[in-house]
Ligand binder design. Structure first.
Ligand SMILES: CC(C)(COP(=O)(O)OP(=O)(O)OC[C@H]1O[C@@H](n2cnc3c(N)ncnc32)[C@H](O)[C@@H]1OP(=O)(O)O)[C@@H](O)C(=O)NCCC(=O)NCCS
Length: 200
Protein backbone atom coordinates (compact mmCIF):
# COMPACT_ATOMS: atom_id res chain seq x y z
CA UNK A 1 0.00 0.00 0.00
CA UNK A 2 2.63 2.48 1.08
CA UNK A 3 4.82 1.45 -1.83
CA UNK A 4 2.12 1.82 -4.46
CA UNK A 5 1.21 5.22 -3.09
CA UNK A 6 4.88 6.28 -3.14
CA UNK A 7 5.20 5.08 -6.71
CA UNK A 8 2.79 7.76 -7.94
CA UNK A 9 3.84 10.59 -5.69
CA UNK A 10 4.31 13.50 -8.03
CA UNK A 11 6.35 15.57 -5.61
CA UNK A 12 8.78 12.68 -5.11
CA UNK A 13 9.12 12.29 -8.85
CA UNK A 14 9.64 16.01 -9.34
CA UNK A 15 12.22 16.14 -6.54
CA UNK A 16 14.10 13.21 -8.10
CA UNK A 17 14.67 15.08 -11.38
CA UNK A 18 18.37 15.95 -11.59
CA UNK A 19 17.70 18.69 -14.15
CA UNK A 20 15.11 19.76 -16.71
CA UNK A 21 14.23 16.66 -18.72
CA UNK A 22 14.98 17.14 -22.42
CA UNK A 23 12.17 15.90 -24.67
CA UNK A 24 12.85 15.38 -28.36
CA UNK A 25 10.44 15.10 -31.27
CA UNK A 26 11.10 15.14 -35.00
CA UNK A 27 10.80 18.93 -35.32
CA UNK A 28 11.08 20.36 -31.81
CA UNK A 29 13.11 19.88 -28.68
CA UNK A 30 11.95 20.87 -25.20
CA UNK A 31 14.78 21.84 -22.88
CA UNK A 32 15.45 23.96 -19.84
CA UNK A 33 16.09 27.70 -20.22
CA UNK A 34 19.57 29.28 -20.17
CA UNK A 35 20.60 32.89 -19.62
CA UNK A 36 21.80 33.14 -23.24
CA UNK A 37 18.21 32.47 -24.45
CA UNK A 38 17.16 35.98 -23.35
CA UNK A 39 17.08 37.47 -26.88
CA UNK A 40 14.86 34.65 -28.19
CA UNK A 41 12.61 34.72 -25.12
CA UNK A 42 12.23 38.47 -25.58
CA UNK A 43 11.35 38.03 -29.28
CA UNK A 44 8.64 35.55 -28.24
CA UNK A 45 7.03 37.49 -25.39
CA UNK A 46 7.34 40.96 -26.92
CA UNK A 47 5.24 39.92 -29.93
CA UNK A 48 1.75 41.46 -29.62
CA UNK A 49 0.24 38.58 -31.65
CA UNK A 50 1.62 36.00 -29.20
CA UNK A 51 0.49 38.05 -26.19
CA UNK A 52 -3.02 38.82 -27.50
CA UNK A 53 -4.77 36.49 -25.01
CA UNK A 54 -2.00 36.30 -22.39
CA UNK A 55 -2.70 37.63 -18.93
CA UNK A 56 0.31 39.99 -19.04
CA UNK A 57 1.28 42.72 -21.51
CA UNK A 58 3.96 42.21 -24.20
CA UNK A 59 7.51 42.65 -22.88
CA UNK A 60 9.15 45.95 -23.66
CA UNK A 61 12.74 45.43 -22.54
CA UNK A 62 15.30 42.63 -22.71
CA UNK A 63 15.71 42.76 -18.92
CA UNK A 64 12.15 41.38 -18.60
CA UNK A 65 13.18 38.30 -20.58
CA UNK A 66 16.30 37.91 -18.44
CA UNK A 67 14.11 38.14 -15.33
CA UNK A 68 11.66 35.61 -16.74
CA UNK A 69 14.46 33.10 -17.37
CA UNK A 70 15.63 33.55 -13.77
CA UNK A 71 12.07 32.94 -12.58
CA UNK A 72 11.84 29.79 -14.74
CA UNK A 73 15.08 28.46 -13.21
CA UNK A 74 14.03 29.37 -9.65
CA UNK A 75 10.61 27.76 -10.11
CA UNK A 76 12.32 24.60 -11.35
CA UNK A 77 14.66 24.63 -8.34
CA UNK A 78 11.57 24.67 -6.13
CA UNK A 79 10.00 22.04 -8.46
CA UNK A 80 6.92 24.25 -8.71
CA UNK A 81 6.91 24.63 -12.45
CA UNK A 82 8.55 23.03 -15.46
CA UNK A 83 8.89 25.84 -17.97
CA UNK A 84 10.57 24.29 -20.97
CA UNK A 85 11.70 26.31 -23.92
CA UNK A 86 10.83 24.91 -27.32
CA UNK A 87 13.97 24.82 -29.47
CA UNK A 88 14.57 24.11 -33.13
CA UNK A 89 16.71 20.95 -33.02
CA UNK A 90 18.63 22.06 -36.12
CA UNK A 91 20.22 25.10 -34.52
CA UNK A 92 19.06 25.12 -30.88
CA UNK A 93 17.30 28.50 -31.27
CA UNK A 94 14.32 29.05 -29.02
CA UNK A 95 11.00 29.21 -30.89
CA UNK A 96 8.53 28.86 -28.04
CA UNK A 97 7.68 27.98 -24.49
CA UNK A 98 5.77 25.10 -22.93
CA UNK A 99 4.99 24.87 -19.23
CA UNK A 100 3.60 22.33 -16.80
CA UNK A 101 2.62 24.09 -13.59
CA UNK A 102 0.25 24.17 -10.62
CA UNK A 103 1.11 20.60 -9.69
CA UNK A 104 -1.40 19.08 -7.31
CA UNK A 105 0.18 15.87 -6.00
CA UNK A 106 -2.87 14.76 -4.02
CA UNK A 107 -5.09 14.86 -7.09
CA UNK A 108 -2.35 14.01 -9.61
CA UNK A 109 -3.16 17.04 -11.68
CA UNK A 110 -1.30 19.89 -13.40
CA UNK A 111 -1.93 22.71 -15.85
CA UNK A 112 -0.28 23.30 -19.19
CA UNK A 113 0.49 26.50 -21.11
CA UNK A 114 2.34 27.18 -24.36
CA UNK A 115 3.35 29.81 -26.89
CA UNK A 116 5.10 29.69 -30.26
CA UNK A 117 6.83 32.37 -32.36
CA UNK A 118 4.03 33.77 -34.53
CA UNK A 119 5.93 33.39 -37.82
CA UNK A 120 5.91 29.60 -37.20
CA UNK A 121 2.19 29.16 -36.50
CA UNK A 122 0.13 26.75 -38.57
CA UNK A 123 2.73 24.01 -39.08
CA UNK A 124 1.89 21.73 -36.16
CA UNK A 125 5.04 22.66 -34.22
CA UNK A 126 3.16 23.75 -31.08
CA UNK A 127 1.03 20.58 -31.18
CA UNK A 128 4.19 18.50 -31.38
CA UNK A 129 5.75 20.33 -28.44
CA UNK A 130 2.64 20.15 -26.25
CA UNK A 131 2.24 16.43 -27.05
CA UNK A 132 5.79 15.80 -25.80
CA UNK A 133 5.05 17.58 -22.52
CA UNK A 134 1.72 15.75 -22.08
CA UNK A 135 3.28 12.38 -22.72
CA UNK A 136 6.05 13.09 -20.23
CA UNK A 137 3.57 14.35 -17.62
CA UNK A 138 1.36 11.29 -17.88
CA UNK A 139 4.19 8.73 -18.07
CA UNK A 140 7.01 10.14 -15.99
CA UNK A 141 5.07 12.17 -13.43
CA UNK A 142 2.11 9.78 -13.36
CA UNK A 143 -0.34 12.65 -13.70
CA UNK A 144 -3.98 11.65 -13.98
CA UNK A 145 -5.35 14.89 -15.43
CA UNK A 146 -3.91 17.90 -17.26
CA UNK A 147 -5.87 21.12 -17.59
CA UNK A 148 -5.63 24.15 -19.82
CA UNK A 149 -7.57 27.34 -19.57
CA UNK A 150 -7.93 29.57 -22.55
CA UNK A 151 -9.54 32.80 -23.55
CA UNK A 152 -12.71 31.66 -25.41
CA UNK A 153 -11.68 33.87 -28.35
CA UNK A 154 -8.39 32.00 -28.73
CA UNK A 155 -9.35 29.74 -31.63
CA UNK A 156 -5.79 28.56 -32.37
CA UNK A 157 -5.36 27.38 -28.80
CA UNK A 158 -8.78 25.69 -28.71
CA UNK A 159 -7.98 23.86 -31.97
CA UNK A 160 -4.64 22.70 -30.62
CA UNK A 161 -6.23 21.32 -27.46
CA UNK A 162 -9.01 19.59 -29.41
CA UNK A 163 -6.48 17.98 -31.76
CA UNK A 164 -4.67 16.54 -28.74
CA UNK A 165 -7.85 15.11 -27.20
CA UNK A 166 -8.73 17.75 -24.58
CA UNK A 167 -12.42 18.29 -23.95
CA UNK A 168 -14.01 21.65 -23.18
CA UNK A 169 -15.43 21.52 -19.66
CA UNK A 170 -17.03 24.88 -19.17
CA UNK A 171 -16.60 28.60 -19.06
CA UNK A 172 -15.66 30.53 -15.92
CA UNK A 173 -16.92 34.07 -16.24
CA UNK A 174 -14.56 37.07 -16.08
CA UNK A 175 -11.85 35.10 -14.33
CA UNK A 176 -8.87 37.04 -15.73
CA UNK A 177 -8.00 40.56 -16.72
CA UNK A 178 -6.36 40.68 -20.13
CA UNK A 179 -5.01 44.21 -19.90
CA UNK A 180 -7.89 46.09 -18.25
CA UNK A 181 -10.55 43.86 -19.73
CA UNK A 182 -12.26 41.19 -17.60
CA UNK A 183 -12.13 38.02 -19.63
CA UNK A 184 -13.86 34.66 -19.49
CA UNK A 185 -11.80 31.52 -19.11
CA UNK A 186 -12.66 28.29 -20.90
CA UNK A 187 -11.42 25.22 -19.07
CA UNK A 188 -10.24 22.15 -21.01
CA UNK A 189 -9.27 18.81 -19.50
CA UNK A 190 -7.39 15.72 -20.65
CA UNK A 191 -7.36 12.49 -18.65
CA UNK A 192 -4.62 9.90 -18.81
CA UNK A 193 -7.03 7.40 -20.33
CA UNK A 194 -7.99 9.90 -23.06
CA UNK A 195 -4.28 10.20 -23.86
CA UNK A 196 -3.62 6.46 -23.86
CA UNK A 197 -6.67 5.83 -26.08
CA UNK A 198 -6.02 8.70 -28.49
CA UNK A 199 -6.13 7.91 -32.19
CA UNK A 200 -2.60 7.76 -33.63
C1 LIG B 1 -1.78 28.55 -29.60
C2 LIG B 1 -0.57 28.44 -30.51
C3 LIG B 1 0.61 27.88 -29.77
C4 LIG B 1 -0.95 27.49 -31.66
O1 LIG B 1 0.10 27.46 -32.62
P1 LIG B 1 -0.16 26.77 -34.01
O2 LIG B 1 1.10 26.74 -34.76
O3 LIG B 1 -1.33 27.38 -34.69
O4 LIG B 1 -0.62 25.33 -33.52
P2 LIG B 1 -0.26 23.95 -34.06
O5 LIG B 1 1.16 23.63 -33.85
O6 LIG B 1 -1.23 23.02 -33.42
O7 LIG B 1 -0.55 24.03 -35.60
C5 LIG B 1 -1.85 23.81 -36.02
C6 LIG B 1 -2.04 24.21 -37.48
O8 LIG B 1 -0.99 23.70 -38.27
C7 LIG B 1 -1.52 22.81 -39.27
N1 LIG B 1 -0.56 21.73 -39.44
C8 LIG B 1 0.30 21.64 -40.45
N2 LIG B 1 1.06 20.55 -40.30
C9 LIG B 1 0.69 19.95 -39.14
C10 LIG B 1 1.12 18.80 -38.44
N3 LIG B 1 2.11 18.03 -38.91
N4 LIG B 1 0.52 18.50 -37.26
C11 LIG B 1 -0.47 19.25 -36.77
N5 LIG B 1 -0.91 20.37 -37.41
C12 LIG B 1 -0.35 20.71 -38.58
C13 LIG B 1 -2.87 22.39 -38.74
O9 LIG B 1 -3.74 22.01 -39.78
C14 LIG B 1 -3.31 23.60 -38.01
O10 LIG B 1 -3.86 24.53 -38.90
P3 LIG B 1 -5.22 25.26 -38.54
O11 LIG B 1 -4.94 26.12 -37.33
O12 LIG B 1 -5.52 26.04 -39.77
O13 LIG B 1 -6.21 24.18 -38.24
C15 LIG B 1 -0.19 29.80 -31.13
O14 LIG B 1 -1.29 30.34 -31.78
C16 LIG B 1 0.32 30.78 -30.08
O15 LIG B 1 1.49 30.77 -29.72
N6 LIG B 1 -0.56 31.68 -29.63
C17 LIG B 1 -0.18 32.69 -28.68
C18 LIG B 1 0.03 32.16 -27.30
C19 LIG B 1 -1.23 31.55 -26.76
O16 LIG B 1 -2.31 32.08 -26.93
N7 LIG B 1 -1.06 30.42 -26.09
C20 LIG B 1 -2.16 29.71 -25.50
C21 LIG B 1 -2.53 30.31 -24.20
S1 LIG B 1 -3.68 29.22 -23.42
Amino acid sequence: MAISHMSVDINTRLAALPAFPTLSGPRVRLRGPRPEDADDVFALFSDAAVMRYWSSAPMQALEQAQGKIEEMLDAFDRREMLNWLIADPRDGRVIGSCTLFRFDARHRRAEIGYALRSELWGRGLASEAVALALDWGFRDLALHRIEADIDPRNEASRNLLGRLGFRPEGVLRERFFVGDEPTDSELHGLLVQDWRDRPR
